[in-house]
Design a protein around this ligand. Sequence first.
Ligand SMILES: *Cc1c(COP(=O)(O)O)cnc(C)c1O
Length: 394
Amino acid sequence: MTHSATSSEIIAAITAVLGNAPRPVALHEPLFVGHENAYVTSCIDAGWVSSVGSFVNRFENDLAAFCGAQHAVVMVNGTCAMHAALMVSGVQAGDEVLVPALTFVATANAVVHAGAVPHFVDVEESALGVDPVALRSHLEGVALRQSGHTVNRLTGRRIRALMPVHVFGHPCRLEELAAIAQEWGLQLIEDATEALGSTVDGRPVGGRHTAVFSFNGNKIITTGGGGGVTTNDEDLYLRLKHLTTAAKQPHAWAFLHDEVGYNYRMPNLNAALGCAQLEQAPRFLAAKRALAAAYARAFTGLSGLRILPSPPGTESNYWLVTLLAENADPGWLDTTLQALHGAGLQCRPVWQPLHLLPMYHHHPRSPLPRTESLAQRIISLPSSVRLGLPLLPA
Ligand SMILES: *Cc1c(COP(=O)(O)O)cnc(C)c1O
């Protein structure tokens, strides 16, 4: 087993990038240096604070334009946005939805909220996303095409959708996954909650397929709490808007509701923050990419470690800069994180793989060797926009 760099070498490399930034250095902090105050104050002054107001429309238009999508609908958080996107994509109670085992728990929770069953699949090493090769062979092993449907022959349930994740902003192998979804008749919904501004072949994530974003306080831009769906599908867009607005039919005064809807729309106050943050997104992205490049230089030459680069043809937003060990002795992760925290560097491991959590222990899954291995070898480095700004040309 190759010997990975020691904790003190790792701390030295990080310190070379961060200099004397005040300790402790957080993993990811929001930054409010644009029109946030002015826009939020204007909502309060106008009295339009809740789920109707001009900033909601503006944020939806701005988000769609930023992603190169036809439409966007913004909501109270990313988990609700994922739930809504699953429902309007036709996911029904008792269906299975393919999701990676290496993701934030909300990806699987949203599937359960839709009444469906998360079916965990393995990821690959180069971008931490769903592995198309492993997915294809897994489907060939467990799935059957039956009168136009795909059925899991072990559970008898219909497999309805695939929801890949762009982990830490690194674009997954989306076009290969889209081809598999097409072959098997699966709906494709991107969990792009971490990937605002990441690009594939020069086009932003969220511009091609239906994608879900989060604007939680720790994401690349924030609305406090918030989420959104971008789509080019007009019907899906109209369904989303309707379902997330309590399924209320437009009428000047009457309360007419035609199905069980959800109160998921983003309030105007949060959208005001979102408009101000999105204005700064290009600069935020430049800062994060500069920070990732500086980390990559600092870690060059440390044995057995590397900063995960953007896969060819893509550009990550580097929401969280990922330090990856080639292999790790048991205990390496805990020992290293302990030392990093001791040095005032709030680094984090990746999530506990979801099939190891008690509520997902008995769920359908493929073999998950890479997920389990990667979970022992990933450290997310401090990645706030603020840390990258000094690295930009004046
Ligand atoms: C943040 C996040 C979510 C959920 O977003 P919230 O706005 O916190 O509900 C879902 N999936 C992933 C991978 C995330 O990182």
